[in-house]
Structure formats: C-alpha cells, structure tokens
Design a protein around this ligand. Structure first.
Ligand SMILES: *[C@@H]1O[C@H](CO)[C@@H](O)[C@H](O)[C@H]1NC(C)=O
Length: 192
C-alpha cells in the first residue's frame, strides 16, 4: 500500500500531459500508404507468462493512421488469477469494457487521499481508470477491450520503473524512500 502511494506521488503529475488536438483530418506516418485498418484483435493473446495476462495493443505503432488522432485501443486477455501489475499511463485516460468473464479492478487516487478503490466488473460493464490500476481474473475466460485518449498512451509499470530502472536507482535512495532496509531493495531490484 505504501509502495503504491509513493508511486502515485511520484508519477501522478505525468497524467496531466496530453496531446494537442489534431489540426487536420489525418496525418498518417507514411502519406503514400494511408493506414486506417488493423486486423486481428479477435485473436486471444498468449497468456503463458508469469503474470498470466497479455496486452495486445493497437497504438500508432501498429496502426499508423492513428497519428494525431488522440485515440487507440488494446485487447487484454487473462489467465485464471492473471494480473496486470500496478501501472499508470502518462499520456492518456482509459475506458474499458468486459467482453467475457469477471474482472476485479483496483486503483489508487492521487494525493493527498491515496484512496484505494476496488470494483468487480461483469461482462458488459464499463470502467474508466485513472492513476494506478491493476486487475485480476476471477472466473472463467476473460477478455476485454480498452480504449485510450491517445494514439500513444505509454505505460509506466511501477515495479519496473522503480526497481528495474536502467541504470538502477541507487538502493540507498529507495531504502530511504520506502523506509526499508537496503537488503529489501536489493531483493526487489534483483527481481526486475
Ligand atoms: C506462448 O508463450 C510461451 C512463453 O513465452 C511460449 O513458450 C509459447 O510457445 C507461446 N505460445 C504460442 C502459441 O505462441
């Protein structure tokens, strides 16, 4: 809980960043090959990984025609008890809907409250996320569609950013910030 709060403090200001409104109808990355189409989001992602979840993005990288449009989407698949670890999107707000299954979503509001909010979503429910969210599969198959208010929303996964930074954040700084022994930080840094 402390960790989540700390990171909310560290990163929440980034959520203020956003893209300017588009100045023309479209501005594809390659003007000779306008790209308005992506195929394949009906396909399940590969959830055989330690988190038990898979994000399949359709950002400007996958669909160049989204350039300047300020929107994008992803599909997320979850294995039983799969997890999308705590993270935040520096350039976007997100909205999602459950297409199959049941999902528990969680997030922490910004300072000073850092209120932890949790909600179980069923098929057809719509949820918009802010700050840090994670999610866990709680019943059979689960997949969802999620839209972003950016063609390139970015993601800051808290564990990776704090304990897996490259080069590493000095362990004594993290030990002081999290009020733990440096050996705890060493252990966490080794995981990321
Ligand atoms: C899914 O990912 C696992 C682990 O990376 C890999 O071993 C497996 O071959 C992948 N399966 C498919 C269908 O790509």
């Amino acid at each position: 809980m402390f960790l989540l709060s700390f990171v909310a403090l560290t990163f929440s200001y980034l959520a203020l960043a956003h893209e300017p409104s588009p100045l023309q109808d479209f501005c594809v990355a390659d003007p000779n090959s306008p790209d308005f189409f992506f195929s394949g989001l009906h396909l399940m992602g590969n959830i055989s990984n330690h988190l038990g979840s898979k994000v399949t993005p359709v950002f400007v990288t996958q669909l160049p025609g989204l350039n300047t449009m300020g929107i994008s989407m992803v599909r997320i698949d979850y294995a039983p008890w799969g997890l999308n670890p705590p993270h935040t999107h520096p350039r976007a707000t997100e909205i999602l809907t459950i297409l199959e299954g049941t999902l528990q979503v969680r997030f922490v509001t910004s300072n000073p409250d850092n209120r932890f909010i949790t909600k179980v979503l069923q098929k057809g429910d719509v949820f918009w996320g802010l700050f840090i969210s994670n999610a866990m599969w709680v019943m059979d198959m689960l997949w969802l569609l999620l839209a972003f208010s950016s063609q390139n929303p970015g993601a800051i996964t808290i564990g990776n950013a704090v304990f897996g930074a490259n080069p590493a954040i000095p362990a004594d700084i993290l030990a002081k910030a999290f009020q733990v022994d440096k050996s705890v930080v060493d252990q966490l840094q080794a995981k990321f």
